[in-house]
Design a binder for this molecule. Structure first.
Ligand SMILES: *[C@@H]1O[C@H](CO)[C@@H](O)[C@H](O)[C@H]1NC(C)=O
Ligand SMILES: *[C@@H]1O[C@H](CO)[C@@H](O)[C@H](O)[C@H]1NC(C)=O
Ligand SMILES: *[C@@H]1O[C@H](CO)[C@@H](O)[C@H](O)[C@H]1NC(C)=O
Ligand SMILES: *[C@@H]1O[C@H](CO)[C@@H](O)[C@H](O)[C@H]1NC(C)=O
Ligand SMILES: *[C@@H]1O[C@H](CO)[C@@H](O)[C@H](O)[C@H]1NC(C)=O
Ligand SMILES: *[C@@H]1O[C@H](CO)[C@@H](O)[C@H](O)[C@H]1NC(C)=O
Ligand SMILES: *[C@@H]1O[C@H](CO)[C@@H](O)[C@H](O)[C@H]1NC(C)=O
Ligand SMILES: *[C@@H]1O[C@H](CO)[C@@H](O)[C@H](O)[C@H]1NC(C)=O
Ligand SMILES: *[C@@H]1O[C@H](CO)[C@@H](O)[C@H](O)[C@H]1NC(C)=O
Ligand SMILES: *[C@@H]1O[C@H](CO)[C@@H](O)[C@H](O)[C@H]1NC(C)=O
Ligand SMILES: *[C@@H]1O[C@H](CO)[C@@H](O)[C@H](O)[C@H]1NC(C)=O
Ligand SMILES: *[C@@H]1O[C@H](CO)[C@@H](O)[C@H](O)[C@H]1NC(C)=O
Length: 398
């Protein structure tokens, strides 16, 4: 049955019987009742759009129970009447091939959204990665991110799996009070620019109990990220948890209130990192805490890089991004790089209020790791392995 052939009157009628009332009074709009076919061949974009429209109007749930649903670029927009759910207990699959659209699936302008289920969003990235234009370019149009949340509030993303995105797996922008819980993100170590979760211009976000394996940053917190808690996340492979990059565009907002706790970095290219460009405008990264972090054979376990100009590009001129009040508390485990603590701060805006508190990082292949500090004011508390910087730091409060 293809609903687009029906008149709008019949369509409304079909919609009313299509969303089944459940005990808890939430209506379930099964995409199959809107003409979707989970055979991995049929394009279901219209059926999903219609199921969403109905769920959004009635405060219901879009649901699917089985199969592989092929889906083109789609936007699920609000505002909706009441709480809306999107329950994925199937595979939702992107079309094969290269694409540079702003998103594959975008939820926009919804208050009280729940995206959950045991299902998978499969971006079919392998068919697009060979065409990635961003691997070594300073500016480029990135490949399509899988799941993009914009203007979403009071919402929850629970349990789902994101697999092989073409670009970033998930982008959260201009959102408030979002919890991401128990999700799984998986793509190969060599997949280009496949960040796990990227945030920008958000306030009050929790990312909890999740496992993220990608070819790029596990979680990257871009400009305007405020009040974010990242707890119980296992990263690797990938490039670790990162604040930044910050300072590329003059329109950027400060980053403030970042808490990363109880996370593990397995064979990541960086552990916990702050990276800033050679901006001439002044913004800051402030009030950042990384605590109870286990490094399992991570390269650059602790790194502040204020000379970051994109992969492989040396910056000309110093960064005017002020990095301040950053704590590293109980960061332990093994480093793959000789320099385990690298504070490479800005000569024009030296890092202020850096605390290294009970650090215990050894080289993965035995032996002692080292520290390197430039333009950083550091205070040391408790165990320090590697030993504190001997030079190039401004002062040392025992
Ligand atoms: C799921 O789909 C498969 C293949 O289409 C089918 O064999 C199976 O019976 C379906 N299971 C349920 C619970 O609908
Ligand atoms: C989350 O996934 C687990 C294991 O697959 C399952 O037992 C649980 O019911 C799921 N919860 C939700 C809300 O889907
Ligand atoms: C997830 O799967 C579990 C077990 O397979 C099932 O009990 C649960 O209802 C599923 N979650 C949802 C949201 O359907
Ligand atoms: C945040 O959203 C949750 C629902 O996900 C809601 O229960 C809670 O009240 C919201 N908190 C605030 C401060 O808006
Ligand atoms: C954590 O997430 C995993 C799946 O990633 C799930 O199986 C487990 O139940 C979650 N634990 C809690 C406490 O939510
Ligand atoms: C983050 O954790 C802190 C301390 O547990 C808590 O006070 C704060 O409300 C949390 N932030 C969010 C966004 O939930
Ligand atoms: C830390 O995170 C792991 C998952 O990575 C979880 O199993 C464990 O319960 C968490 N511990 C605490 C104290 O939160
Ligand atoms: C600091 O950054 C500069 C510029 O990228 C680089 O040349 C230098 O090697 C870095 N220092 C360390 C210790 O990584
Ligand atoms: C930053 O460094 C790059 C070189 O990587 C240079 O092209 C650019 O002009 C510099 N920007 C500023 C503001 O100095
Ligand atoms: C540092 O870590 C090593 C290896 O895990 C451990 O043997 C040692 O006791 C730790 N030192 C401190 C002071 O915690
Ligand atoms: C590592 O450092 C400790 C304490 O500073 C020292 O006793 C030991 O000889 C060093 N080991 C190596 C292999 O340099
Ligand atoms: C910043 O670090 C560089 C390299 O370590 C050093 O030459 C310079 O004097 C430092 N600048 C300030 C303001 O401390």
């Amino acid at each position: 049955m293809c609903l687009s052939f029906l008149s709008s009157k019949v369509l409304v009628l079909v919609f009313m019987v299509s969303c089944i009332n459940q005990v808890n009074s939430q209506k379930f709009c099964n995409v199959d009742d809107f003409g979707a076919v989970g055979d991995g061949k049929t394009d279901n974009t219209n059926a999903f759009r219609n199921a969403w429209k109905q769920a959004c109007q009635s405060g219901g749930a879009v649901s699917m129970v089985n199969g592989t649903y092929l889906l083109n670029t789609i936007q699920f927009t609000g505002p909706c009447n009441g709480q809306v759910s999107f329950m994925i207990n199937a595979v939702i699959q992107a079309h094969q091939g290269r694409s540079n659209t702003n998103y594959w699936i975008n939820f926009d302008n919804v208050d009280g959204l729940t995206i959950r289920g045991n299902g998978t969003l499969d971006g079919q990235g392998a068919s697009a990665w060979p065409f990635n234009p961003c691997s070594n370019a300073v500016s480029c149009l990135p490949l399509t991110p899988s799941l993009m949340l914009t203007r979403i509030k009071q919402s929850l993303v629970h349990n789902i799996t994101l697999l092989n995105s073409k670009g970033f797996h998930m982008k959260i922008e201009n959102c408030e009070n979002i919890t991401i819980k128990s999700i799984t993100i998986t793509s190969p170590a060599d997949s280009p620019n496949t960040d796990g979760i990227h945030t920008g211009n958000i306030n009050y976000v929790n990312i909890l109990n999740s496992s993220i394996s990608t070819g790029d940053d596990c979680i990257s917190m871009g400009a305007g990220t405020r009040n974010i808690n990242i707890t119980g996340v296992i990263c690797g492979p990938g490039h670790g948890i990162s604040v930044g990059s910050i300072g590329k565009y003059p329109s950027e907002q400060n980053v403030e209130g970042v808490n990363v706790r109880n996370c593990t970095m397995r064979s990541t290219q960086n552990g916990v990192r702050i990276k800033t460009w050679n901006s001439t405008f002044q913004i800051y990264v402030s009030d950042v805490t990384f605590q109870d972090i286990v490094m399992d054979n991570a390269n650059n376990p602790i790194i502040i890089d204020q000379q970051y100009c994109g992969g492989g590009h040396e910056c000309i001129g110093s960064s005017h991004v002020q990095v301040k009040d950053v704590k590293f508390i109980r960061v332990e485990g093994t480093s793959r790089s000789k320099i385990a603590v690298n504070l490479n701060c800005s000569s024009s805006k030296p890092c202020r209020g850096i605390e290294l508190n009970n650090i215990n990082l050894s080289l993965a292949d035995g032996g002692n790791a080292t520290s390197s500090c430039s333009n950083a004011s550091v205070s040391y508390i408790g165990t320090q392995n590697p030993a504190p910087c001997q030079e190039n730091y401004l002062y040392y409060d025992a």
